[in-house]
Design a protein around this ligand. Structure first.
Ligand SMILES: [Zn+2]
Length: 462
């Protein structure tokens, strides 16, 4: 609903770059011998990908998710990919510098000259690409991560763990494992090794725990010693404080305070792209929106990629949503443009969408945060603004001064007093400024009441 000046995020990243990175645990890979050489390599690579992910802007986050090429990988692991599709996939991936640099030059040449005609050879070539592409690599990590399995899976025994593991595999990896394979562990192991390029069976629990630590939001919120100074830091608290926000950007109805007196009291941080669906954006500053607890919890994790709502870091001077009082008293003789809004009983507050390019986001914000329902409790504010606006203008001042006295010297004095009153009144209209509590409502209602163009447009065209 209201814009957050986004410059602070860039400054925050610059100021705390080493602390943000350290909150994902920098591993000493040589001591991770239990993960095996493949496990270590996998995590080293992932650590590099993680760095890029943390600093992604919204646009890049969206691109990242859509670029994960989930479908292609799924098809590949399911052996459902045709020779033509493999060629297309490889051609597309070879545009990526990282992939190009890591493959053998002679293999690339062979591919480019159309000399890989054998299906298995082509498969091997594509498989190598998948291993290199950080997005695809991350997709493996992501599926591993979403396969929430904190317990150790005992592969040797067919207990309940084992059955659950098979079920998860079937569900998460969209693989139908035949009953025959399910019954035979050795066959299953062979199958998994083939499908997942050995990544899968690297000490499952160990790798899982490391990935979880890399993107753990709790470490972002924890009080600890800074890596760059002697100070004790709490990144979440610092983030809210640096934002200088006065109130919740989603509802504009709740104050945001940061108080640190023995115990920290601060706003919550909403994950624009929810943690439950996109765990890898859990500690990305561009994904964190300081907000009130109610707005943070009301979201119930809709997938923001599919159902985007207004993104407060990119809403400068936005008129996406516009508060309008709409009469509910149809009996009245007054026409809509002259309607008197001094009595809350005779109107409702509606939220109209002014800026068509944000139509979808605005509609979703309105719905997700129940804005229209919430603001019915602020009708009195609208009436007060309406009344205050009536006492405006030089003509009005002259008229009142006239009313009180015919003595011209006194008239000037009364006029000056009234001007003073008007200045106080203007302050009353926006007591906390336009970014403060109810600032958006106050501003919109004032514009609605004073600008005939806006009023006509909103009444008849929105
Ligand atoms: Zn809120």
């Amino acid at each position: 609903m209201i814009n957050i000046d986004n410059k602070f995020v860039t400054d925050f990243i610059n100021d705390h770059i080493s602390d943000i990175e350290a909150c994902g645990t920098t591993f000493d890979y040589s001591s991770e011998s239990s993960l095996g050489i493949n496990g270590q390599k996998f995590l080293i690579k992932l650590q590099g990908v993680r760095r890029n992910i943390i600093y992604m802007t919204k646009e890049k986050m969206i691109k990242f998710v859509t670029d994960m090429k989930k479908e292609e990988v799924e098809k590949f692991v399911n052996d459902k990919i045709t020779m033509n599709e493999m060629i297309k996939f490889a051609e597309e991936e070879l545009k990526n510098d990282e992939v190009k640099n890591e493959l053998k030059k002679e293999d690339i040449d062979k591919f480019k000259n159309g000399k890989i005609t054998d299906e298995n050879e082509m498969k091997e070539f594509v498989k190598n690409i998948i291993k290199i592409n950080p997005y695809v690599l991350y997709w493996f990590a992501y599926t591993l991560y979403s396969l929430k399995k904190p317990k150790n899976v005992n592969f040797q025994k067919k207990g309940s763990d084992y059955i659950e593991f098979i079920e998860q595999l079937n569900k998460r990896y969209y693989i139908k494992i035949s009953t025959k394979i399910q019954k035979n562990f050795e066959q299953l192991k062979e199958f998994a090794l083939k499908k997942f390029n050995k990544i899968y069976l690297l000490n499952f629990n160990g790798v899982y725990k490391k990935i979880e630590k890399m993107f753990n939001y709790d470490t972002f919120c924890k009080e600890r010693k800074s890596t760059s100074s002697d100070k004790i830091i709490n990144l979440a608290y610092q983030f809210v404080k640096d934002s200088n926000l006065l109130c919740c950007p989603y509802c504009n109805r709740a104050f945001i305070e940061t108080i640190n007196e023995n115990k920290i009291r601060t706003a919550e941080l909403d994950h624009y792209f929810p943690q439950s669906i996109y765990p890898f954006f859990a500690i990305s500053p561009w994904n964190l929106i300081p907000s009130c607890p109610k707005c943070n919890h009301v979201k119930r994790d809709p997938d923001t990629i599919k159902t985007p709502h207004l993104y407060p870091y990119e809403l400068a001077d936005s008129r996406a949503l516009f508060f309008v009082p709409v009469r509910n008293d149809k009996e009245s003789e007054n026409n809509d443009l002259q309607f008197d809004f001094s009595n809350p009983k005779y109107f409702d507050i509606k939220i109209k969408i002014f800026q068509k390019e944000l139509l979808n986001e605005a509609k979703n914000s309105k719905k997700i945060f129940h804005l229209e329902q919430l603001y019915q409790n602020n009708k009195k504010t609208v009436s007060i603004i309406y009344e205050l606006l009536r006492f405006k203008g030089e003509d009005f001042l002259r008229e009142v001064a006239q009313y009180f006295t015919h003595n011209p010297t006194k008239k000037n004095k009364i006029q000056a007093k009234l001007k003073e009153f008007i200045n106080i009144k203007n302050e009353m209209l926006l007591p906390y400024g336009k970014d403060g509590i109810l600032g958006k409502l106050s501003q919109d209602i004032q514009d609605y009441c004073t600008d005939p163009f806006i009023r006509i447009f909103l009444t008849y065209f929105c």
